[in-house]
Every structure is written in structure tokens, then in C-alpha cells.
Design a protein. Structure first.
Length: 620
């Protein structure tokens, strides 16, 4: 595997800037729910109208029923109302006010539940699409992208977008309508008082503009540092064994503290911006109310307006600054959602390097004939970029003009020094990477013309580093393929000797498995991978150092399992221990990306070349 590791420099790259309009693209997800959005907008319009009506209701009650004693109203009809009539009028107003509040409560609950359900469904769809897209990407993407960054995109960033759909859109519409409605109502009541009420609005507008710019920058910094922290945690928690072996806990804690401090400072700056903006808006509302009370009181004394009208203006001015403040803060949250959306869409726009044709060739049956025809392959260019047809002269070639044919049912092994190109050949057969020159054919068909799904379904691959998933034994063998029955699982385990340790477990095939199968030995994990491969019954078998690093107790079981797996299949092996491949039909010796020798074990010994030297070194 070393030429693979050497060919891929694991570097943390910065996020690519998204060039499209993320907001418009997010709005595209609303199309299936346009009816729900329209209903919510209607409900919000009703709520806004009710909010505007409530101060009118109280103000009119003050003028009509409370201040209707002789000399305090210019309306003779109102002055003539009896105490009972005024009391009934007050009760009627109270009942109407309660009715308005009840209607507002029902409308608010309805729109809240509808918009929350819609938001959850959209985010579910987005998260599903993102995961499906990530799984479709080529291995090159995962070689160069930290796992923590991908996890952040699928979890944190999609959740940030949820607030956009389930909260911001409707509240944004409501607050805009409310501000417009408040200004319109105040102008209809009294133009002079309305202009007096709006004196502080330009000040608030300037504060909002400044706040929006500063908060946007803070949100972007916070998002970037959260991603950096998640990436650090994902990598170092997975490599905790190495950290403890080399006693680097303190150094890694210091490194974590640097990233944690950077996130803390970004969060503190964000908090400070909010901590300054909100009091300033509140102060502006206090000043505006004082202006209204001062100017309005003089107008009440001159008889230009009534006390009820003054009450309405004080209520409207207090309502006016609340939606303005919410709009500013929502713009900040909106910027956060858009920043998350940009990162998500940047990931979703990553094109797979290994692309499949729209109408691939699909043979009825794959027999297992493999042909490499003058294959040239590189993981990257000399300057660390992805190879393209234009970079042929600048590529770090891992394979150079490699040609060979493996007939169906043959057992072929690849040997050579570290970095010779052995594992790269195995990666290319399953088309996890595309070659830059030449052709690879299965049963005479170029694999670039075939369906990747069909190719990989025909290939069973057992690697040296076995990955075991959290779940149980059956889950790890079946891998959610319901066509594989429990009996097939047991038979595969028996034929690969995995049953020897599985059936000694307390719950046997239902035994719970911890993350990465940490409670199993390396040999037991390897036997599980053999059972998994056999259960899928592949036509082509690939063994990449599958017999390395095993304990002596299970070595004999594994050797027997290998023989069972290889029976009747085109088998390709990579092994450093030459004693495990002597039975192969052909052994191909790789050196610096080229085929240097080929033949049976005995033929290669007689050639007195590289293979014989490797064999003698191992004997020594």
C-alpha cells in the first residue's frame, strides 16, 4: 500500500469559494412545498393585521368609553353615554380583544407547525442528497479531504439551513409586512405624529447595516473554525492509540487548545456584536418613545389628537423597533445559513473524477478475464494536482506501461518491493481510479465503458486493514443486503473458519460489535472479512496483504479460508510473504511501476532475478 500512500499527500485544503447564488438554490427546495408556504404567508398576514388592530381596539376604547365624561370629548353622542353603556362598551372591547388573541394563537400555532414540518422534510431531503452525492465521489476526493470536514457538512451545516426554512423565511415576511403596515397605519392616523415617530428610523437603519456586515464576517469565521475543530477531533480520536503509544497527549492537548481558543475568540466577538447592537436598538426605541410622548402630549393639550391616538402611537412605535431588530438579527442568521449552504453546495458540486457513461455496457455474465493493455497511471502530478490529459509529462507515474492478461479462474500474485505499484493495480481493477493512458478490460470490455456497480459487484476484495462497522456479526457480513439470508451467513462463516470464534461468542451471530471491531483480534477481523466476501459470492477475488499481521492461533484457519475463497474464482493476490503465494498459477514481479519478471514460483527462481533475491532475503 505504500505507493498509494506515497502518491497521495494527505494535506488539509481550504474550502473552495462558492461562485453561485446559494440563496436562490436553497429556494429551489421550496418548490414541492409552495402550497404550504402560501398558506403560511396568509396566516402570517392575518397575524400581522391582528397585531395592528389590537392597539386600535384599545385606543378607540379609551376615547369612546373611558374619556367620555362631560367636557373631555368633542363628540356629543359619546359624552351622552351612560355609565352602563360605557361599562358594556368596555366589556365588549375586552371580549373582542380576547377573541383577537385566540384567533392569533390558532393562526400562530398552525403556521408554526406547518413551517417546522416543511423545514424538517427539506433538510432531510438535503441531507439525503448530500450523503448520496458523497458516496458517489471518487476515492481521490476522500484521499485529499479530511473526514471531519465532510461530517460537518452533513450534520452542522444542514442543521444551520434548517433554521432558514423553519423560522427565517416566514418571520422575514412577517416582519417586513409588519414594518410596512405599522408605517402605513401611523400615516393614516396622523401624518405629523407619524413623521415624529420615524425620526429614529434612519439611525436604526445605519446601526442595522453596520451590524449586518460585522455579524456576517463573524459567522463565516465561526463556521470555519468549527470545521477545523471537528476535523482535528475526527482525526485525533481515530488515532488515539498512536498518540498514547508515543506519549503525545500533552502536545495534542496544546494543539486542541489552540483551535478551541480560536473558536472561543470568534464566538466571543460574535457575542460582543450582539451585546452592543441590541442595547443600541433598545436605546433608540426608548428615545423614539420619549419623542412621541413629548410631541404627542403637546398635541393632546391643543386638541389636535386624542389620548387614545397617543396610546396607539406609543404602542406602534414599540412594535416598530422589535421587527427591525429581528430583521437585523435574522439577516445575520440568514448569512449563517447561506454560509453553510455555500459550503454544502461547494461539496455537492464536486464532480466525480471517475465518471460513468450514461448507457454503460452490461455483460450478461462476468467470467473474470482481466487484461491490462499498456497502462500508465498516476495519483497526482509532480505539483500535487489531480492528473488530467494535459498533465501527462508532469505526472508522478506509479504504473508505467503495464501489460498482462489473467484468464478466468487463474490465481495470480503480484510481488515486489514497497512502492512498486502492486496495490495500485488492485485499485484500478475495481475502477476506484481511472488510468491516464492505455486500457483495462474485463472479459474484453473496457471497464470505462462498463457500469461501476456491475464491476464492483463481481469483485470481492479482502484488505489488510479490515474495517468492521458498529452493529452485530450478521450486520457486518450482510452489509444491509437483505438477499443474503442468515443461512448464507452461517455457511460463509463455516467455509471461511470464522464460525470457530463466532459460535463461541455469548450471542454468536447476534453478538454486538464495537466501533472498528476493537474487541476482536486482527485474525478474527480478517476471518470476518473473508466471510463477508464469500457471502457476496464474487467472480473476481482480490487479496491485498490479506494474510499479513495475523496471530499464530488463527493463521491456519486463515490459510484454509483463503483456499476456499480462491476456489473457482479469478484470484489476484498481493503479498510480501512469498511462502503464501507459491501455489499461484503465475507470479508477476513489479519494480518501480513496471513488470520485470513473470512466471511460476519455480520458473522465477530459475531466472535468478529480482524474485529469487526477494525469496533468499526472506529465507535468510
Amino acid at each position: 500500500m505504500s505507493e498509494f500512500v506515497r502518491g497521495l499527500k494527505d494535506k488539509e485544503t481550504n474550502d473552495i469559494q462558492y461562485n453561485g447564488n446559494a440563496f436562490l438554490r436553497l429556494m429551489g427546495y421550496l418548490r414541492p412545498y409552495i402550497k404550504t408556504v402560501l398558506i403560511c404567508f396568509v396566516l402570517v398576514a392575518i397575524l400581522t393585521a391582528l397585531d395592528l388592530y389590537r392597539p386600535m381596539l384599545i385606543g378607540d376604547a379609551i376615547d369612546q368609553y373611558i374619556l367620555t365624561i362631560e367636557g373631555e370629548t368633542a363628540d356629543a353622542a359619546l359624552a351622552a353615554l351612560s355609565p352602563d353603556q360605557r361599562w358594556h362598551g368596555i366589556l365588549k372591547t375586552a371580549a373582542l380583544y380576547i377573541g383577537v388573541m385566540l384567533v392569533a394563537f390558532v393562526c400562530n400555532r398552525m403556521q408554526y407547525l406547518m413551517i417546522q414540518e416543511m423545514g424538517q422534510k427539506i433538510v432531510y431531503t438535503l441531507r439525503t442528497e448530500l450523503m448520496a452525492h458523497v458516496q458517489s465521489l471518487s476515492m481521490r476526493f476522500f484521499d485529499t479531504t479530511p473526514v471531519g470536514r465532510i461530517v460537518t457538512r452533513i450534520t452542522n451545516d444542514t442543521e444551520a439551513i434548517n433554521d432558514l426554512y423553519s423560522n427565517i423565511i416566514v418571520r422575514l415576511f412577517r416582519n417586513v409586512i409588519k414594518v410596512i403596515g405599522l408605517i402605513a397605519v401611523m400615516l393614516m392616523l396622523d401624518v405629523k405624529m407619524a413623521l415624529l415617530s420615524l425620526v429614529m428610523v434612519p439611525v436604526v437603519a445605519v446601526l442595522t447595516f453596520i451590524f449586518r456586515r460585522l455579524s456576517r464576517k463573524c459567522y463565516q469565521v465561526v463556521k470555519t473554525r468549527i470545521t477545523a475543530l471537528n476535523t482535528f477531533l475526527s482525526e485525533h480520536l481515530s488515532g488515539m492509540r498512536v498518540i498514547q503509544i508515543f506519549h503525545r497527549e500533552r502536545e495534542k492537548c496544546d494543539e486542541f487548545d489552540e483551535k478551541n481558543t480560536a473558536l472561543y475568540k470568534a464566538g466571543f466577538q460574535e457575542m460582543m456584536i450582539f451585546g452592543i447592537f441590541r442595547p443600541l436598538i433598545y436605546l433608540a426605541s426608548i428615545v423614539a418613545t420619549a419623542i412621541i410622548l413629548g410631541g404627542g402630549s403637546s398635541q393632546v393639550l391643543t386638541g389636535a389628537i386624542s389620548i387614545g391616538t397617543l396610546y396607539m402611537f406609543t404602542q406602534y412605535i414599540s412594535q416598530l423597533f422589535q421587527p427591525i431588530q429581528e430583521l437585523a438579527e435574522m439577516f445575520t442568521t440568514l448569512q449563517s445559513a447561506i454560509a453553510s449552504a455555500e459550503k454544502i453546495f461547494t461539496l455537492m458540486d464536486v464532480e466525480p473524477i471517475v465518471k460513468e457513461k450514461s448507457n454503460p455496457v452490461k455483460p450478461v455474465e462476468i467470467k473474470g478475464r482481466i487484461e491490462f493493455d499498456h497502462v500508465w497511471f498516476a495519483y497526482e502530478t509532480r505539483d500535487g494536482k489531480t492528473p488530467t490529459p494535459d498533465t501527462m509529462d508532469n505526472n508522478n507515474w506509479v504504473l508505467r506501461d503495464v501489460s498482462f492478461v489473467i484468464e478466468p479462474g487463474q490465481k495470480v500474485a503480484f510481488v515486489g518491493a514497497t512502492g512498486a505499484g502492486k496495490s495500485s493495480i488492485l485499485n484500478l481493477i475495481g475502477r476506484y481510479y481511472d488510468i491516464q493512458k492505455g486500457a483495462i478490460r474485463i472479459d474484453g470490455v473496457d471497464i470505462r465503458d462498463m457500469s461501476r456497480e456491475q464491476i464492483r459487484a463481481a469483485i470481492g476484495q479482502v484488505q489488510q486493514d479490515v474495517f468492521i462497522f458498529t452493529g452485530d456479526i450478521k450486520h457486518n457480513i450482510r452489509l444491509r443486503d437483505d438477499s443474503i439470508t442468515d443461512e448464507t451467513i452461517r455457511e460463509a462463516a463455516r467455509n471461511t473458519n470464522a464460525s470457530h470464534f463466532i459460535e463461541r461468542l455469548p450471542h454468536q451471530y447476534d453478538e454486538r460489535v464495537t466501533e472498528r471491531g476493537a474487541t476482536f483480534s486482527a485474525g478474527q477481523r480478517q476471518l470476518l472479512s473473508f466471510a463477508r466476501t464469500l457471502a457476496y459470492d464474487p467472480t473476481i477475488l482480490i487479496l491485498d496483504e490479506a494474510t499479513a499481521n495475523i496471530d499464530t492461533e488463527t493463521e491456519q484457519w486463515i490459510q484454509e479460508a483463503v483456499k476456499t475463497l480462491m476456489e473457482g474464482r479469478t484470484s489476484i493476490m498481493v503479498a510480501h510473504r512469498l511462502s503464501t503465494i507459491q501455489h499461484c498459477d503465475r507470479i508477476i514481479v513489479m519494480h518501480h511501476g513496471k513488470i520485470r519478471e513473470s512466471g511460476t514460483h519455480q520458473e522465477l527462481l530459475e531466472q535468478d532475478g529480482i524474485y529469487k533475491k526477494l525469496y533468499q532475503l526472506q529465507l535468510a
